[in-house]
Design a protein around this ligand. Structure first.
Ligand SMILES: NC(=O)c1ccc[n+]([C@@H]2O[C@H](COP(=O)([O-])OP(=O)(O)OC[C@H]3O[C@@H](n4cnc5c(N)ncnc54)[C@H](OP(=O)(O)O)[C@@H]3O)[C@@H](O)[C@H]2O)c1
Length: 278
């Protein structure tokens, strides 16, 4: 197993188990360097969004990398202010241009904006049918959002990207996604570095001669969850990728599961202030 190991989405498209997230990586030099170092280390999946305002730098790094397009997996997302059918098509074309790509691998509805996400998703379905995206999905969708969407959708989402880490082990959502063949993808897998000194994680990490970050990312992988940790630092990018040479025991998996506190670093999807976007 390695950085190019993939899970197969329900439409047959292969998504790497581990990718690089670039939220809060500054546009221009910082994002270009961050993506370049990751690609050099063997990362092939990059997660950006129009909201991050760094798609141009991602695109520049990709085009300068010399890596064949079919070997890359690029995700971007439609932001809340861009939702609705027509706006989404427009937003998609803008993202494509900034990324300097002919298609994206995965296009996601960033948040479930009430009253809009179904029209937004309909645009994603059309983009998919036109071959402009290889897979479509959602982000920050709770079970009730997924059920509501699937009542009307022609194409079941292939991915749901949500905040997910040991203190926010969303077991019900994970099971629901597994039952429906929707790949769960963890954002903020390291909880933005907030509890990497947790005593239980530290004890487990010491046992395997790994870091707590590696233990968390391995825990995701063993739960069948895709991860996209962000780091601008080459050493940490390397560390985060180095999770395929050890296996957590069932006992350690259970111990990590038990760290759950339903604690978020970001907004709860049902409590997000959507009012500016309605
Ligand atoms: N769909 C959504 O709504 C949504 C929301 C948030 C994020 N995301 C996506 O998910 C990606 C990951 O989430 P995130 O960036 O919020 O948080 P994260 O990956 O959990 O954590 C990133 C933070 O941890 C640090 N870090 C990374 N590797 C480390 C290591 N091995 N040891 C110690 N610290 C480490 C990073 O600092 P340095 O960079 O300084 O190393 C950064 O401060 C984002 O970049 C974005 O692509 C999506």
């Amino acid at each position: 197993m390695s950085l190019t190991s993939t899970t197969t989405l329900h439409n047959g498209v292969k998504l790497p188990w581990l990718g690089l997230g670039v939220y809060k990586v500054e546009k221009g030099f910082e994002v270009e360097q961050t993506v370049k170092t990751a690609l050099n280390l063997g990362y092939r999946s990059i997660d950006t969004a129009s909201f991050y305002e760094n798609e141009e730098g991602v695109g520049k790094a990709l085009s300068e990398s010399g890596i064949k397009r079919e070997d890359l997996f690029i995700t971007t997302k439609v932001w809340n202010s861009q939702q609705g059918y027509d706006n989404t098509i427009k937003a998609f074309n803008e993202s494509l241009e900034k990324l300097k790509l002919d298609y994206v691998d995965l296009y996601l509805v960033h948040w479930p904006v009430p009253g809009k996400y179904k029209d937004t998703y309909r645009a994603l379905e059309d983009l998919y049918e036109q071959g402009k995206v290889r897979a479509i999905g959602v982000s920050n969708f709770q079970i009730h959002h997924l059920e509501d969407l699937m009542n009307d959708a022609k194409i079941k989402p292939m991915v749901n990207q949500v905040e997910f880490h040991p203190q926010l082990f969303q077991e019900d959502l994970l099971q629901f996604c597994k039952q429906n063949d929707i790949q769960l993808e963890a954002w903020g897998p390291l909880a933005r570095g907030n509890y990497l000194d947790d005593p239980a994680l530290t004890e487990i990490a010491t046992k395997y001669n790994k870091t707590t970050a590696q233990v968390i990312l391995r825990w995701d992988y063993q739960h069948g969850v895709v991860t996209i940790p962000k780091s601008t630092k080459i050493k940490r990018q390397e560390e985060n990728a180095n999770i395929f040479d050890f296996t957590l025991t069932d006992e350690d998996m259970n111990r990590i599961d038990a760290l759950n506190q339903n604690k978020r670093t970001g907004k709860h999807p049902d409590e997000f202030d959507y009012s500016p976007y309605l």
